[in-house]
Design a protein around this ligand. Structure first.
Ligand SMILES: [Zn+2]
Ligand SMILES: [Zn+2]
Length: 428
């Protein structure tokens, strides 16, 4: 069997790994890069309208025969680990005759992003997979494991072929709302793993090597109780763990979490995966502000918006109940609230990766709104990566999804490290 990491051996984003056996080929993830060749933020607008050959020439698409739309497909499957674009964002270039295997939650969020024109990735030929249920694809036996990550319903994959076992970690952590799964894996890991393809997002990052999703909930509840003011909170609508933490903190502090219709729709769609996911229609802890935006228009145009009417909250109600609310910020919402002069006296909680703060900072500073960072990483801290590697005891660790592959030696000294190069075929 051969392993080719097409992208990810020395960068975060654009994940794409191929496994080839005598008769079969599978692809693990097919993500959009997060950085360009100059290590600057990748601009996905720049690739719109460009041909496949152009994109291969400029290194955006990996050079992989038998994968793309204009070729006879020679892949048995594409496996998606989770619904973050750095893991699936190039899927629209793949031949739709190749079946895509993914979790139910991943399917829904990929569909949602396509519905709102955030991606061109339309799912057509799919199979949903479940935690611990193995399936065969050609020479490969694949077992998906649901893992704890900021991306919803994320999977790691154990792939067996020709007597060899490879575990692909995908993106994961041990301190989110599904940390139980992480500890379960430590207690009961797959045995005799030969190769662990291990994400290392947090390796080489000095900031934020602590904090848990439970800790976020506690911190938010205490802020909401102790400060008598309107709170804005900036977070991703697709980070369901965080949305749940905010919801629970609101419940505990007697506040109402005000979301936009886009977020309400995501939660509504994810009911199919878990009935525990909070819904806008449940009562007073969550309300929906019908902010004017292209997303709201899209929901109205498709006769979906009316579903959240019973949970609707207006400007006047927000003005009146301000210090009992936590309003989820978005570009359109904050602009319209600023025009209506709802900013004075409020505070922003910034609950996203610090790297995005620069884009937001000016707005809040101009409006003299104080801010506080309350966030924990969607990725495993170094201590969690070490515990994971220690439990799996792989013969080799292969660095992936990291900007610091050379540091693995330092952190995983007891293991042998196999440092691959992008595009290089390694015989396993
Ligand atoms: Zn991710
Ligand atoms: Zn990722």
């Amino acid at each position: 069997m051969k392993l080719i990491i097409h992208r990810g051996t020395h960068e975060i984003g654009g994940s794409c790994i191929e496994l080839v056996s005598a008769n079969s080929r599978i692809l693990l993830d097919f993500g959009l890069p997060l950085v360009d060749s100059n290590n600057e933020q990748f601009d996905s607008k720049k690739i719109r309208g460009k041909s496949k050959d152009d994109l291969i020439e400029t290194g955006v698409l990996p050079r992989i025969k038998g994968l793309y739309r204009d070729e006879t497909p020679s892949f048995d499957a594409i496996l998606l680990s989770h619904p973050h674009q750095d893991h699936y964002g190039l899927l629209s270039y793949a031949n739709p005759r190749i079946p895509v295997y993914l979790s139910k939650g991943c399917r829904i969020l990929v569909e949602v992003s396509h519905f709102f024109n955030q991606t061109g990735c339309e799912l057509k030929n799919i199979e949903t997979v479940e935690d611990g249920h193995s399936f065969k694809k050609g020479d490969f036996t694949i077992t998906p494991f649901v893992v704890d990550h900021a991306g919803f319903d994320a999977l790691g994959f154990l792939v067996e072929c020709g007597g060899k076992k490879i575990y692909y970690s995908g993106d994961f952590r041990g301190h989110g709302r599904k940390s139980k799964l992480f500890f379960k894996m430590l207690r009961n890991p797959p045995e005799n793993v030969d190769y662990l393809i291990l994400e290392g997002t947090m390796i080489g990052r000095d900031e934020g090597q602590y904090g848990t999703e439970d800790g976020i909930e506690t911190k938010l509840a205490s802020l909401f109780k102790s400060e008598n003011r309107l709170f804005f909170i900036a977070c991703s609508s697709q980070n369901i763990d965080r949305i749940v933490s905010i919801y629970r903190a609101c419940k505990e502090s007697g506040r109402t979490f005000v979301i936009d219709p886009y977020t309400a729709y995501i939660l509504d769609r994810l009911k199919e995966v878990s009935e525990k996911i909070p819904q806008a229609t449940w009562g007073k802890t969550m309300k929906v502000f019908f902010v004017k935006s292209s997303h709201t228009d899209k929901l109205a145009g498709n006769k979906i918006l009316y579903k959240y009417k019973s949970a609707k909250i207006t400007y006047d109600e927000i003005r009146e109940a301000g210090n009992r609310l936590v309003v989820k910020s978005s570009y359109y919402l904050r602009e319209s609230f600023a025009r209506r002069k709802l900013m004075p006296g409020s505070k922003l909680i910034y609950s996203m990766w610090e790297g995005y703060w620069d884009k937001e900072k000016d707005f809040w500073e101009t409006n003299s709104v104080p801010f506080e960072m309350v966030h924990c990483s969607g990725h495993a801290y170094i201590s969690e990566l070490q515990a994971f590697a220690g439990a799996l005891k792989p013969k080799w660790i292969i660095p992936n999804h990291t900007f610091s592959p050379e540091k693995y030696k330092e952190y995983f000294g007891r293991h042998r490290i196999l440092q691959a190069k992008d595009g290089e075929a390694i015989t396993l």
